[in-house]
Design a protein around this ligand. Structure first.
Ligand code: CTP
Length: 408
């Protein structure tokens, strides 16, 4: 941890007293620790105790003229290698999820371009509340890291998840973050995600139910392993992941252009659910009902196949991965897509059972060597596993992971 700069943000909660121990452990491990104490945090510990332990000024005020001239809040957020929010109260998590900037802590988190690790601490009911869970999922989708909360007896007398992780465990999570090897450092990756919308007229489009959750999670997982990721996404209700170059497109043609513009890349993962057909040039005016009950005569043309274009193009990434979203004959379709699209791997998933929009997925990884069924898991876990596989392949391309041979 030598030379690592941690900005510790302490919000209001009884667990704030444990953050004093965290400061001590971090200092002992060689890190330098700057601190922000929220108004809530000041109800439990004092700026003086924080400053005494950290050996640095403890910042508390967004509008302190003195602090702003010495070290503005933007500077504060950029000068650290990692922001650690411990304890992260339900209120601060909610404000982070909303992108608020109503105190120094929230403003610094909003302004940072560095990774953020949160250690939630709150009453069990507050942690289990749908609002807090939604906020946490949203934050994790943006790439925010989390340690805890632990199960146990709470200061309020209740029992369950909500206790802040122990300072030793927070230190371990911080050390893991820095120690995490970055096997994809120096590699570039292109990920497509979400649906495409093909406009029919100014108010209607052809689209599909893809939420982009799996594609976005893959972009985050590859970036976590050190890859320089470009995410090309169709219209989704997800935030742009922190620190990932995100290109927003609407149609398949725009997606193809954005993908081509991001080449060359070492890795391409096409997770987008691209509309197969488009009306081509949308009509200038809204199509009106004709009065004779006959439907409009829509002429559709086939969209370019982005995965096949990338796989067969002159700038082919060294590893190209596609998805096969099927409602029947999963393996046959996956095998034939592997051949027809010319990609290296297919991640096959059965989308007949509400995968679109869900947080979990069941997939089978199909390569020319065989297929491997993965257990049902969260989309983030699947993304992480796939990123690990990609990293293993990139470092040893001749070695294909142990696969059950079903392709013969
Ligand atoms: N794909 C693509 N461009 C398209 C269509 C699909 O890049 N115009 C990619 C998807 O991102 C996915 C893979 O091809 O990685 C398979 O997509 P899927 O929708 O399962 O299959 P299609 O090729 O569209 O074929 P079909 O709809 O007939 O199953």
């Amino acid at each position: 941890m030598k030379n690592k700069r941690i900005l510790l943000i302490i919000s209001g909660g009884i667990a704030a007293y444990k953050s004093l121990e965290l400061i001590r452990l971090l200092k002992k491990s060689g890190a330098s620790v700057g601190c922000i104490l929220t108004k809530g945090g000041e109800q439990f510990i004092t700026p003086l105790s924080v400053a005494s332990l950290s050996g640095q000024q403890c910042y508390t005020d967004l509008f302190s003229l003195k602090d702003e001239t010495e070290m503005g809040h933007i500077q504060l957020s950029r000068d650290a290698d990692l922001l650690v929010v411990a304890p992260a109260s339900a209120d601060l998590l909610a404000r982070m999820a909303q992108g608020r900037s109503d105190d120094l802590a929230a403003t610094t988190i909003l302004a940072t371009d560095k990774p953020v690790l949160v250690a939630p601490a709150m009453n069990v009911r507050m942690w289990n509340h749908a609002a807090t869970q939604d906020n946490m999922i949203r934050l994790e989708q943006r790439g925010i890291l989390r340690v805890g909360p632990d199960d146990g007896e709470m200061a309020c007398g209740e029992y369950g998840p909500g206790r802040m992780a122990e300072p030793e465990d927070i230190l371990a999570a911080i050390e893991k973050h820095f120690a995490q090897n970055k096997p994809l450092a120096g590699k570039s990756a292109l990920v497509t995600s979400g649906p495409t919308h093909e406009p029919i007229d100014p108010v209607r489009f052809i689209g599909n139910r893809s939420s982009g959750k799996q594609g976005h999670a893959i972009a985050i997982a590859l970036a976590d392993l050190g890859a320089d990721v470009t995410l090309v996404t169709g219209p989704v209700a997800l935030p742009d992941p922190l620190g990932i170059k995100t290109v927003h497109i609407e149609t398949a043609a725009e997606m193809l252009a954005a993908c081509n513009a991001s080449l060359p890349a070492d890795i391409a993962v096409c997770a987008a659910a691209v509309a197969d057909w488009t009306p081509g040039k949308p009509l200038d005016q809204k199509i009106k009902k004709r009065g004779d009950k006959s439907p409009p005569d829509l002429k559709l043309i086939e969209n370019p196949d982005i995965l096949a274009t990338l796989s067969k193009g002159p700038n082919r990434p060294s590893l190209v991965i596609g998805f096969a979203a099927e409602t029947e004959n999963l393996m046959d379709a996956a095998k034939s897509k592997l051949k027809s699209k010319g990609c290296d791997w297919i991640v096959a998933n059965d989308v007949s059972e509400g995968v679109f929009g869900a947080d979990e997925n069941t997939v089978t990884l199909v390569t020319s060597a065989g297929a491997e069924e993965w257990e049902k898991a969260g989309k983030q876990d699947i993304a992480h596993k796939l990123a690990q596989r990609i990293a293993a392949h990139i470092s040893q391309p001749q070695h294909t992971p142990r696969l059950k041979s079903v392709l013969s």
